[in-house]
Design a protein around this ligand. Structure first.
Ligand code: NAI
Ligand code: MG
Length: 351
């Protein structure tokens, strides 16, 4: 494919998802690529209208794009778990997004709730297709006093190794070249042992990378006391989910946290599928429709997408626009609407 011509599937979703995606696309447009976008109507509104979450033919179509941009899905009117399992998790599993990439970076000018000065620049690599999120388990005697619920955690040598290898490859490209495994090996002894042995074995191929280990409870504490300890973190699906919310909180809040659900297979290989980029936040029904949502997380997710597609110069332009905008925020001291922030970012990208 012509690397400067991207075919993008867009799932704006619900609530502020629609608002932030509109601004993200505005910024993408300002980059000046030939981006061909197709919008898919999925989420709470579609579920209420037709009962559909992710029809098979839509999934098949989505496989044909270079990448997917998602806003957010969810609404209080939809039973919990329906859209998460049948839409979001299904996309991640079907498209084999085994790397959930979540940078945690405190940009200059952005306030952190942490006391003192901190330099925060890490990337959390959360396993995306295994762990306790596979839906394995069951319930019996539901609703009775004898109810039993199990929720199993799956950890395969194959699944752990591929995400660990990705993490080492990421670590070697960063100045600090440090990789921390976060787990709970002292209690989750079977899964933890597998993760620890895989990291140990793969680390021998990366002598330049300093490898260490941290229990997830201690890591949670260090996120708020000494976040500078971390460079690249590799961790299980559940631990990564929780840890990255702490990450968002310490690095400027949920309005800035970007993510990528990445399938790193090379284009053209049998295991290739489009990766999906999305802000970490949800549909925020409390502020939806009011122009209050910050589109920055979506714009940073687009920068990650461009980087993933090999458009590194374009990605850097978008990220610089965000960095400059963030640096000016405290000075300006005014609040802007979703659209105003989008306009300002697009103008900075245009130059
Ligand atoms: P949420 O992330 O939507 O909102 C949490 C809080 O952060 C709210 O007070 C909201 O106003 C604020 N917030 C979120 N994004 C913001 C932004 N860009 N700018 C400014 N403030 C922002 O999480 P919540 O309330 O737990 O979930 C709401 C719905 O979203 C639920 O249906 C949930 O299932 C869904 N959800 C979907 C996700 C996704 O699509 N990936 C991820 C998380 C939640
Ligand atoms: Mg989460």
């Amino acid at each position: 494919r012509d690397s400067h011509n991207i075919r993008l599937a867009v799932i704006p979703g619900d609530g502020i998802g629609k608002e932030v995606v509109a601004e993200g696309l505005k910024v993408l447009d300002a980059v000046g690529l030939k981006a061909e976008t197709t919008t898919y109507d999925l989420g709470a509104a579609r579920y209420h209208a037709t009962g559909e979450t992710l029809p098979e033919e839509t999934l098949a179509e989505l496989r044909g794009y270079d990448a997917i941009l998602l806003g957010a899905v969810g609404d209080p009117s939809v039973p919990p778990g329906v859209l998460e399992r049948e839409l979001l998790l299904k996309l991640r599993f079907e498209l084999d997004h085994y790397v959930n990439l979540r940078p945690v970076r405190l940009y200059p000018g952005v306030e952190t709730p942490l006391a003192g000065d901190h330099s925060i620049d890490m990337v959390v690599i959360r396993e995306g297709t295994e762990g306790p999120y596979t839906g394995a388990g069951g319930v019996m005697r539901r609703g009775t006093a004898q109810e039993i619920a199990t929720q199993e955690s799956f950890n395969t040598a194959f699944g752990v190794e591929r995400v660990v290898r990705y993490a080492f490859e990421k670590a070697i490209t960063r100045p600090r070249r440090k990789l921390t495994l976060v787990h709970k090996t002292n209690v989750l002894t079977y899964a933890g042992d597998l993760w620890a042995r895989v990291v140990e074995r793969v680390s021998t191929e990366y002598p330049e990378v300093a490898t260490d280990y941290c229990h997830v409870d201690a890591a949670s504490m260090f996120f708020v006391t000494q976040p500078e300890r971390f460079d690249v973190i590799v961790t299980d699906n559940l631990f990564g989910d929780i840890l990255t919310d702490i990450g968002a909180a310490i690095a400027g809040g949920i309005g800035l946290a970007a993510s990528g659900n990445v399938n790193p297979s090379s284009v053209g290989s049998a295991s290739w599928a489009p990766s999906m980029f999305e802000p970490v936040h949800g549909s925020a029904p409390d502020i939806a429709g009011q122009g209050k949502a910050d589109p920055t997380a979506t714009v940073l997710s687009i920068a990650m997408m461009l980087d993933h597609l090999g458009l590194t110069a374009e990605a850097a332009r978008v990220e610089k626009a965000v960095a400059d905008d963030l640096a000016g925020r405290q000075v300006a001291g005014i609040t802007r609407s979703t659209r105003e922030i989008g306009d300002d970012l697009a103008a900075r990208v245009t130059g």
